[in-house]
Design a protein around this ligand. Structure first.
Ligand SMILES: Nc1ncnc2c1ncn2[C@@H]1O[C@H](COP(=O)(O)OP(=O)(O)O)[C@@H](O)[C@H]1O
Ligand SMILES: [Mg+2]
Length: 307
């Protein structure tokens, strides 16, 4: 069973010339770890927030977003609150933004939950913290410790789906690796499905069984992490891989893909990546490629690779 199933998702705002999300198809199976990757502004956060039933005001949405079989876009506010306390939870980049600085960690964890003290103690241990943090205040904890607290908080209701939006971006590299390892061990222990949103491909490769690559609100390519990263089929995936910062001298010069992603004032005809793509032909500028056999590219159907 899918804990998250997004079908034909399209989201528009009145003031933009193109949809913010355009035909997104994405799923996360029970206990599966899935990464959603792409440059900043591609629509990753919008997609993950929709799984909580959160959308920008004025947004017009088509398609379905089902969490554990239930359409969150059709759910009542009361039902959404229930889903958010039990079925689906989210952690964000900045743990400090999500916690009241004036309340003790223990009170934050049990907030609004009856008989939750024992669960809080169990989770504090499960995320690798000592019981005394329950009596501490957020400012007494490091960013990494606080992100562990947020993870414990997200797991209080034993959710089937945990959405992680750049959860390690604000942390140093060592802490980043620890948090990723922790999420993996918790996934195995509790059987939670993970949707891991990141612009960092190496992180995605570490975390995910499967990956979705998003560009300008569309899925460019999807597949098992190992094949997608070793044999990318979409030129955008290949360009992202080539632009990864490397350890050593090269890392000082942050590699980027030449050109800019399309802005929201420009309507798109054809493939959103065409203007930056080394393989683009006339067809690419006029016809948007559909996602067929896991890749949305006119030039990869022959099986040609662009590594
Ligand atoms: N509330 C909003 N109103 C208008 N535009 C938005 C809103 N939220 C996001 N966007 C726009 O939608 C696009 C995708 O945003 P987002 O999902 O945050 O990207 P990502 O997480 O991949 O960096 C961006 O161009 C962003 O500016
Ligand atoms: Mg984002």
């Amino acid at each position: 069973m899918s804990v998250l199933r997004i079908d034909g998702l399209r989201m528009r705002l009145p003031e933009t010339a193109r949809p913010l999300l355009d035909g997104v198809e994405l799923s996360v199976a029970e206990g599966e770890s899935v990464a959603l990757v792409g440059e900043s502004g591609s629509g990753k956060s919008l997609t993950s927030r929709l799984a909580l039933g959160l959308l920008p005001s004025g947004a017009v949405v088509e398609g379905t977003v089902a969490v554990a079989g239930e359409d969150v876009l059709a759910a009542s506010p009361a039902r959404l609150r229930e889903l958010r306390s039990r079925t689906v939870a989210m952690i964000f980049q900045d743990p400090r933004a999500g916690i009241n600085p004036l309340r003790r960690v223990g009170d934050f964890l049990v907030e609004g939950r009856k008989g939750a003290r024992a669960r809080a103690r169990e989770l504090v241990e499960a995320v690798g913290l000592e019981q005394r943090v329950l009596r501490q205040y957020p400012h007494e904890l490091s960013g990494g410790m606080l992100q562990r607290v947020m993870i414990a908080g997200a797991l209080m209701g034993d959710p089937k789906l945990l959405l992680c939006d750049e959860p390690t971006t604000a942390l140093d590299v060592t802490t980043q690796a620890e948090i990723v390892a922790l999420l993996q061990s918790l996934r195995r222990r509790y059987g939670t499905g993970l949707l891991f949103v990141t612009h960092d491909l190496d992180l995605a490769a570490d975390v995910a069984d499967r990956v979705y690559v998003m560009y300008a609100g569309r899925i460019a390519e999807t597949g098992p992490a190992d094949t997608l990263f070793s044999r990318p089929r979409h030129p955008y995936t290949a360009a992202l891989l080539a632009a990864r910062p490397r350890v050593g001298k090269e890392a000082e010069r942050l590699a980027t893909i030449p050109g800019q992603p399309p802005d929201l004032r420009t309507a798109l005809t054809g493939c959103a990546f065409a203007v930056r793509c080394p393989l683009a032909t006339a067809e690419c500028h006029t016809d948007a490629p559909e996602l067929i056999d896991q890749v949305a590219c006119h030039h990869s159907r022959t099986g040609a690779e662009h590594a």
